[in-house]
Design a protein around this ligand. Structure first.
Ligand SMILES: Cc1cc2nc3c(=O)[nH]c(=O)nc-3n(C[C@H](O)[C@H](O)[C@H](O)COP(=O)(O)OP(=O)(O)OC[C@H]3O[C@@H](n4cnc5c(N)ncnc54)[C@H](O)[C@@H]3O)c2cc1C
Ligand code: FES
Ligand code: FES
Length: 491
């Protein structure tokens, strides 16, 4: 057991021996360290004013990520390299190329959002050499500016690459940081608290399994993009907390031949990369999952275990036929993902059990798949309705298998079983879709809430199914069905 948390703040080694498990990094920076360059706007991960850059070891390499300090818990920084806006200026006062580009392009007016934008751009600078405009927009989608407008900031993102990146002191300093972070790595479980609440962070899956079994009432924390809001908005005290983020094997993604195995702590960036080959729409949906800071922190395990009816991955994974791997102590059990969701915020998870991995079958050659996310804003918004669809056709072009999974239509992510039954044995055409739409109202009784009315949701659920047909059959958008039928005709 190690009773401290250690990380690098710039080039200073910080060691903390007493800490409220859910103290936010933002509060610690601003209140304890008086590093007030990092701003608090929303305190819920939406505005990006609190963006900092955190480096962590990933297979021996250093991976820098922009994250929201307002929704990250301080002890989860163990083993990381933390950089705030104050670190960027050189000791002689010279602005960093990212900052200088913002000045040159007039990328700031009132300035409140500016440190957050600078840090998101700085993460981009550290990781990428020549990002496209779309990539720059994606990297900035988690930052809001109410006065400058985004054009000058995007211009700054392009201009900053005019400087010599390889000679930058942060880029050149990476090998030294890697060596310092490696010296902090150990296999001890961290146990630290403030006398009232306790935080544990095991370093292996085995130690995690033991801890969760010993403390079945503990709150498991992965990326904390959901849990942190219970604290910052719900004012809850959590005790004890078990953090999953120190366990390398819990981030692993592997190709197992027939399926991909995505471990619970794989973040949304890694999950997007892994699933990109399945469908371009799935890739596009993941591009719109939160902002870059949320995708860096949020995990596949958290998105599932949270049990939200409007989480974006569950409908996709249910339609693809994914299997969940749950673990309690040394025992594992597997169940179809859809069976995990029992009722609103009620999942089939026993005390002491945790999500270890998700197994996602690869798409068979004769399958059609599509996913659409409908939300009020394009970027960084949770779905009002999400529809993910999977069909296989037999050699005569008749539907032999159908999985229509929706988010936002019920208290849980759920399949439209009646609509699926209507589709089976039919040709994949307008008549089939029209017949399926007539029974959708029997599959779901959606809610009216701030995101959408019940009537709108039902209408959209049908429209998404129609879109699936158009995307897979219309000559101008896709010749997938025609291709499959032609293949079948030729034996
Ligand atoms: C600004 C913002 C935008 C967002 N946008 C989206 C969006 O577009 N789409 C979307 O779907 N979600 C969105 N979310 C919600 C959230 O980011 C996701 O649900 C995310 O995947 C949660 O993962 P996490 O690792 O942060 O989970 P955490 O917050 O750490 O945990 C969530 C829940 O899962 C439990 N848990 C975590 N890991 C495990 C495990 N391995 N085993 C058992 N239980 C576990 C926790 O105890 C908790 O109950 C957004 C959130 C924010 C703040
Ligand atoms: S303060 Fe708005 S994202 Fe953190
Ligand atoms: S410069 Fe004022 S909010 Fe962006």
């Amino acid at each position: 057991m190690r009773e401290s948390v250690r990380f690098l703040l710039g080039d200073e080694l910080v060691e903390i021996t007493s800490c409220d498990p859910t103290r936010t990094v933002l509060d610690w920076l601003r209140l304890d360290r008086r590093r007030t360059g990092t701003k608090e706007g929303c305190a819920e991960g939406d505005c990006g004013a609190c963006t900092i850059v955190v480096g962590r070891l990933d297979g021996g390499q250093l991976r820098y990520e922009a994250i929201n300090a307002c929704i990250r818990f301080l002890p989860t920084l163990d083993g990381c390299h933390v950089l705030t806006v104050e670190h960027l200026k050189a000791p002689d006062g010279t602005l960093h190329p990212v900052q200088q580009a913002m000045v040159d392009c007039h990328g700031s007016q009132c300035g409140f959002c500016t440190p957050g934008f600078v840090m998101s751009l700085f993460a981009l600078w550290l990781n990428e050499r020549a990002p496209s405009v779309q990539r720059i927009e994606d990297a900035l989608a988690g930052n809001l500016c109410r006065c400058t407008g985004y054009e000058p900031i995007i211009a700054a993102a392009q201009r900053m690459y005019g400087a010599e990146r390889e000679r930058d002191r942060f880029v050149a300093g990476m090998p030294a940081i890697i060596a310092q972070l490696k010296a902090l790595v150990d296999s001890e479980t961290i146990s630290i608290g403030d006398g009232a609440c306790q935080f544990y962070a095991p370093a292996t899956v085995g130690a995690l399994a033991e801890l969760v079994d010993t403390h079945p009432q503990a709150t498991l924390v992965a990326g904390a993009t959901d849990v942190s809001l219970w604290v910052t908005k719900g004012m809850r005290r959590l005790d004890p907390v078990i953090y999953l983020g120190r366990i390398d094997e819990l981030r692993a993604i592997s190709d197992e031949g027939s399926h991909l195995r995505l471990s619970a702590m794989a973040n949304q960036i890694a999950v997007r990369e892994a699933l990109a080959g399945i469908s371009p729409q799935l890739d596009e949906m993941m591009r719109r999952f939160g902002g870059e800071q949320v995708r860096n922190a949020g995990t596949i395990g958290g998105n599932i275990a949270n049990g939200s009816p409007i989480g974006d991955l569950p409908p996709a994974l249910i339609a693809l036929g994914a299997t969940l791997v749950l673990r309690k102590g040394g025992e594992r059990r597997e169940l179809p993902l859809e069976a995990f969701f029992l009722d609103y915020r009620k999942q089939d998870r026993q005390p002491g059990e945790f999500v270890e991995a998700v197994l996602v079958p690869k798409l068979p050659a004769d399958a059609l798949f599509h996913i659409s996310k409908i939300s009020k804003r394009f970027d960084e918004d949770i779905s009002a309705v999400c529809g993910a669809f999977y069909l296989t056709l037999d050699q005569a072009g008749r539907i032999s298998e159908a999985r229509l999974a929706y988010g936002g239509m019920a208290g849980i992510p759920k399949r439209a079983k009646a609509a699926e039954a209507v589709l089976l044995g039919r040709s994949w055409d307008d008549a089939a879709v029209a017949a399926a739409i007539t029974v959708l109202a029997g599959d779901f009784t959606p809610l009216t809430d701030m995101r959408a009315s019940a009537g709108y949701r039902l209408k959209v659920a049908g429209s998404l199914l129609r879109r699936f047909l158009i995307e897979t059959t219309a000559p101008e958008t896709g010749t997938r069905v025609a291709g499959l039928l032609a293949e079948a005709a030729h034996g």
